[in-house]
Ligand binder design. Structure first.
Ligand code: HEM
Length: 449
């Protein structure tokens, strides 16, 4: 039987003009899927033959794919010396992934580092309490810096000294990504090409120097064993080369900080917009923690409503809004055959708002996650951490960090969106708010809750 042609628009050029005309990639995805159905052939810069799949049942056919399209992730290549870790071939990736999971996914090690996470989070809450007197808090930047300090402490054994240093690193990653993605998507940006190139280069040099400092502490490359860093020690023990270890450190710092940072800042934003839900979270925190300002590790599993709020927030604002795989041999998806060499595009944000599985998809309703996973929803209807052999290695750690941070902040403060500061989602490598999310905060009194 002849394969059914995959529906999709006629696109001139690399597809960029259509994406811009639709008001961004997410709007474009929504438009394409509304018009052509759950499987759509389209184009985007870096992928001439891209197939977007917005139906979670059909996505199952792609769950074993183990290669990422090289060109689409080219924007990260400048940060890597030993080959782009996002796109290394499966036979190199699988043992690397195993090492990462052995360090990042273990409950005992989450528990062992939890006390330090609490200290860092409470320091941030104190800073916010002081700063709130002077005006709204720029939550996204501040929470990304906190997440960066957590991952450095956890996996790299190197405390990034101060919040200011963490802030500089977050800004440096931003500068590099803005420039690289700007080139791919021909985005308008302030300054001449040379000025932007210069800024990106300086940022990259700073990031490399920071990683070198971490590695110097661990004496990687001089044949000595690494001390203090679980991740570096595990990669060295598994025989990974010094450049690959260096790349892994940089990639872990990148992948861990802005994702977890925006997950928490979007959640606080939603709580600010929904004071009833915020009060319910605070009530739960008082019930579970009593007078204590922060949870113990064992408390997290009792924070069931808070968890549903976080899950619903990552449905509405998935920190990683897209994923992609490369098809290495023809692949059958429903009635279609996707040809070898094509890019499968995972429109995570559109999957999370597919009305077939998420009624009133744009409404914030944490109760959707009261039972999760739910027998009424296909497994892949909710994929904030991707899925399959290239899914996020930091997923369980991220949930621990995010729940802890939310617990400390939501117990102590009430949040309100700052006036005159629009919150505009921008899709980049992560789903970021342009010009941050500014929140006013006031202290909660125990009696309030
Ligand atoms: C809320 C926080 C986070 C979210 C929503 C998130 C989401 C994602 C997504 C969507 C992907 C792509 C998955 C795919 O292609 O199927 C990914 C990949 C990745 N994430 Fe995360 N992530 C988070 C936190 C973290 C943390 C804390 C770490 C490390 C400690 C981390 C490390 C990675 C790595 C290394 C990859 C590349 C996976 C690979 O190619 O094998 N992420 N993440």
């Amino acid at each position: 039987m002849a394969a059914t042609p995959i529906p999709g628009p006629h696109v001139d050029g690399d597809g960029l003009a259509d994406i811009v005309a639709a008001g961004g990639l997410h709007n474009y995805q929504l438009k394409l899927h509304a018009e052509y159905g759950p499987v759509v052939l389209f184009r985007l810069p870096g992928a001439e033959t891209a197939v977007s799949i917005a139906d979670p049942v059909l996505l199952e056919a792609t769950a074993k794919l183990d290669e990422r399209p090289r060109k689409l992730f080219e924007f990260l290549a400048s940060m890597q010396e030993s080959g782009n870790l996002q796109t290394i071939p499966a036979q190199e990736h699988t043992p690397w992934r195993r090492v990462l999971l052995s360090v990042l996914a273990g409950r005992p090690s989450h528990e062992a580092h939890f006390g330090r996470f609490v200290t860092l989070t409470r320091e941030l809450a104190d800073e916010w309490a002081d700063a709130a007197a002077c005006g709204p808090i720029a939550s996204q930047q501040s929470l990304s810096a906190l997440s960066l300090r957590m991952i450095c402490d956890y996996a790299l054994g190197s405390g990034i000294g101060s919040p200011e240093q963490a802030g500089r690193i977050v800004a440096a990653f931003e500068d590099v990504l803005t420039e690289q993605l700007g080139r791919l998507y021909a985005a308008e940006a302030p300054g001449t090409y040379e000025e932007r190139e210069d800024r990106a280069q300086r940022a990259l040099t700073y990031l490399r120097a920071t990683v070198d400092d971490v590695l110097a502490t661990h004496r990687v490359g001089d044949g000595q064993p690494s001390e203090g860093s679980d991740l570096i020690a595990a990669l060295a023990a598994a025989g990974h080369s010094p450049p690959r270890i260096r790349d892994s450190v940089l990639m872990t710092m990148l992948a861990a900080h802005h994702t977890t940072g925006v997950a928490v800042s979007w959640t606080l934003y939603l709580l600010a917009l929904h004071p009833d839900a915020a009060d319910r979270v605070a009530e739960e925190l008082v019930r579970v923690l009593g007078d204590r300002p922060a949870p113990d590790y064992a408390d997290l599993k009792h924070l069931t409503y808070l968890t549903t709020v976080l899950e619903e927030s990552m449905r509405l604002y998935p920190p990683g809004p897209y994923g992609a795989r490369e098809v290495t041999e023809d692949l059958r998806v429903g009635e279609y055959t996707i040809p070898a060499g094509a890019t499968i595009f995972y429109p995570i944000w559109a999957v999370h708002t597919n009305p077939e599985y998420w009624p009133d998809p744009t409404v914030f309703r944490p109760e959707r996650f009261a039972t999760h996973p739910s027998p009424e929803r296909p497994r892949l209807a909710y994929i904030p951490f991707g899925f399959g052999p290239r899914s996020c290695e930091g997923a369980s750690l991220a949930m621990v960090e995010a729940k802890l941070i939310l617990a400390v902040l939501a117990k102590r403060f009430r949040f309100e969106p700052a006036d005159d500061h629009p919150v505009i989602p921008v899709e980049r490598f992560v789903l970021w708010a342009a010009d941050d999310i500014h929140l006013n905060l006031t202290q909660r009194r125990m009696l309030d809750t």
